[in-house]
Design a protein around this ligand. Structure first.
Ligand code: NZQ
Ligand code: ZN
Length: 387
């Protein structure tokens, strides 16, 4: 196990009706917030009215900035920064999914900084301060509700880039599984794909002696598989919605990273896909992860065999470790397919004509991945395998 420091200060408020506490939670920090949300789902579902009622009751004033798109854009972040400065807003409330939360985090960074906020995403500077952010989560997927990162797309060159900083962890996140009942089955499964990717990125480490976190990840993965199958048939099952929502946070709040060095190559490759083609991040991962696995498994066959035995129940006498590893990859792919996810680029109409460009962009700041370091030609081969 590696040395580690673990500190996740995000207060989680979980369960039915919990969004009604948002005003009270905010009042402990501020009297005025930027209410940031997406393309309108919160108005259709009635959540917007409940949030406004809670803010009014607590005496918290607000200014609104709607319009966050999936794969959130830098131009709206810049607008949010301006609004907060003009109106002297010192707290941002994100009501939505990963895109809204990440846009809120980017605004939070920009308001207190004198330079260009995009510098942080291009790794030209490291952030040390940000306005506080609070969250009402409406789609379990990205894990941004308790993560230290924000992912934003710049329209200038369609660069999708991330920044990590402890100051980005939200002050509180309200997780009511009832709010996820309005998601389509497709959106739900895409979110689950992202959660599986977050634990796969952590599971495939070359660090030895990480038994506890291996077992925690395996348990989380099995919970995701079982409840994904339930929700695929019964999208209104509250118990399964609850398991999935909490798993999404646990998958990415860094509890499962303790003592390990995660990989993250697949995420870096996927960000090129959703940056250029604007596909949902989770769908891109369901395509990239199996291709990545096929490309890298020889770097630690035993770990892949363990993944197969423990998560996909590949029988101990199935065959050699290599055969077990390959069977594990096959079973992961068929799990994704069984819940309606795409597992190839052609399924989402992405042609093979820009693979070299994506591979070059992906490694602009050096190789990606830790399980196996990936250079431009490796990334291009993985994209090729994903076709
Ligand atoms: O915009 P609205 O109208 O609200 O609709 C949204 C959006 O179209 C809809 N939706 C959300 N909640 C709903 C709902 N529709 C009906 N009922 C509800 N309750 O869902 C659509 C997708 O929302 P989005 O926020 O884009 O989804 P997700 O949470 O998957 O976030 C994806 C973004 O997060 C980034 C991804 O790269 C992507 O940009 N990630 C952020 C991470 C982080 N900050 O830690 C880590 C992840 O690896 C990921 O990269
Ligand atoms: Zn992700």
């Amino acid at each position: 196990m590696e040395n580690f420091v673990f500190q996740n200060p995000t207060k989680i408020i979980f369960g039915k009706g919990t969004e009604s506490a948002v005003g009270k939670e905010l009042k402990a920090h501020t009297n005025k917030v930027l209410l940031h949300y997406g393309g309108g789902s919160i108005k259709k579902t009635g959540l917007y009215d409940r949030i406004c009622a809670s803010l009014k009751e607590a005496g918290v004033a607000w200014t609104e900035l709607p319009g966050v798109q999936p794969n959130p854009r830098l131009s709206l972040v810049r607008k949010g920064i301006e609004i907060c400065r003009q109106e002297q807003i010192d707290f941002i409330l994100a009501v939505g999914g990963g895109s809204v939360i990440d846009s809120a985090k980017a605004i939070a960074l920009g308001v207190v900084d004198d330079g260009d906020v995009w510098d942080f995403y291009m790794k030209k500077r490291t952030p040390t301060k940000a306005l506080p952010v609070g969250v009402v989560l409406t789609i379990p997927a990205a894990g941004s509700e308790a993560s230290n990162s924000s992912v934003v797309t710049s329209e200038d060159g369609w660069y999708k880039r991330y920044v990590d900083a402890e100051v980005l962890r939200p002050k509180f996140s309200i997780l009511n599984p009832e709010l996820t009942l309005t998601l389509t089955v497709e959106q739900t499964m895409i979110g689950i794909a992202d959660m599986t990717a977050h634990i796969i990125e952590r599971y495939f480490t070359q660090v030895p002696n990480v038994e506890l976190t291996d077992r925690l990840i395996e348990g989380t993965f099995k919970t995701l598989i079982r409840n994904a199958h339930i929700l695929y048939k019964e999208p209104h099952n509250y118990a399964a919605r609850s398991e999935i929502m909490w798993s999404g946070t646990v998958a990415h709040n860094d509890w499962l990273s303790t003592g390990r060095i995660g990989d993250w190559g697949s995420h870096m490759i996927e960000h090129e896909l959703s940056g250029i083609y604007d596909i949902p991040h989770g769908a891109g991962l369901a395509i990239i992860i199996p291709a990545w696995m096929q490309y890298v498994y020889k770097a630690n066959v035993a770990k892949f065999a363990q993944f197969g035995n423990r998560i996909f129940d590949v029988e101990a006498n199935f065959g050699s470790p290599e055969e077990t590893a390959l069977e594990a990859i096959r079973r992961l792919k068929s799990f994704y397919q069984s819940i309606g996810l795409p597992v190839s680029l052609s399924t989402v109409n992405i042609p093979g004509d820009r693979l070299a460009e994506m591979a070059a962009k992906c490694v602009e700041n050096g190789p990606v991945g830790n399980f196996l370091k990936l250079y431009k030609e490796d990334v291009q081969k993985i994209l090729q395998l994903a076709l």
